[in-house]
Design a protein around this ligand. Structure first.
Ligand SMILES: [Zn+2]
Length: 280
């Protein structure tokens, strides 16, 4: 449910992004032709039984864009992620770095944009009953390890936020709580995106997720006191160099959501915690 709500929190697409998304979707469309620009960030949730070509792109003749490209500038959601083919999951690493999917076929090579927010969901174990007290779960530790091993370390290293979600009990479900509605959260996201654009627009970038490491550690360099916890994690090998940059990007977003000029040590700590929350 959270994954499906995510596109609703994202701002409308600007002219350039709308044209990119519309172009991909008209290429991918089998019959209907698109007559208006797509202005909302797309949401794609291919089933784990879908073919690699349907998700990554491909097919006979000229390679066609798959769900990952149709999710460009939007959200790609893989429910029960460990059930997907390993080669599909591994193929997602390239666009998570470069924002582009290159498909090689005998008929030729095609490169399609694929800069999406990836949401992976997984059960706590193969039978799905290990959350909460987990008394009904019959999976062995080996079965659980094998299940999660299908998602490779290099893929998970590119996932910035990892959360364990507790099972919702009937009692929780009935409780009326004062929560922010989607519109209020969307307004905060839009304000944070505007700050990012104001800071990064001159570089041709519009979101923290696109900032190259050399700029994060160059023009946007933070004080060593602020990044101390990260520097230590890197030195101890708890964090990869890629993970280091990814924590910085997330910390900038946390600062933008709070209208701060730049991340402080708390933002860095929060970002590092969000990355590791599932492992805890
Ligand atoms: Zn189980």
């Amino acid at each position: 449910m959270l994954a499906e709500r995510l596109p609703g929190l994202l701002p409308d697409l600007g002219d350039k992004a709308a044209m990119e998304v519309t172009a991909i979707h008209s290429l991918a469309a089998v019959r209907s032709s698109l007559t208006t620009l797509i202005r909302r960030p797309p949401f794609e949730n291919p089933h784990h039984s879908a073919t690699a070509a349907a998700i990554i792109g491909g097919g006979s003749g000229l390679p066609r864009p798959g769900a990952a490209s149709r999710a460009h500038r939007g959200v790609l959601f893989l429910d029960e992620a460990p059930e997907y083919e390993r080669r599909v999951l591994d193929a997602l690493r390239q666009p998570l770095e470069s924002g582009e999917l290159v498909i090689h076929r005998s008929a030729g090579t095609a490169a399609y944009p694929a800069r999406f927010q990836l949401v992976l969901a997984a059960n706590p174990c193969p039978c799905g009953k290990a959350s909460g007290k987990g008394v009904e779960c019959t999976c062995t530790p080996l079965m659980r390890r094998r299940y999660f091993a299908r998602m490779s370390g290099p893929l998970l290293d590119r996932v910035d936020i990892q959360l364990q979600v507790q099972r919702v009990s009937l009692a929780d479900f009935g409780q009326a709580q004062m929560e922010e509605d989607t519109g209020a959260v969307a307004a905060r996201v839009q304000a944070a995106r505007r700050r990012q654009y104001d800071r990064l627009g001159y570089l041709g970038l519009d979101a923290n997720s696109q900032v190259p490491g050399r700029i994060l550690r160059g023009e946007l360099k933070l004080h060593p006191r602020t990044t101390h916890i990260l520097d230590t994690a890197l030195e101890r090998g708890i964090l990869t160099a890629r993970g280091y940059d990814r924590v910085l990007r997330l910390a900038w977003t946390l600062a933008d959501l709070e209208h701060s000029e730049a991340p402080d040590a708390d933002h860095i700590g929060q970002a590092l915690g969000l990355r590791q929350a599932a492992a805890a």
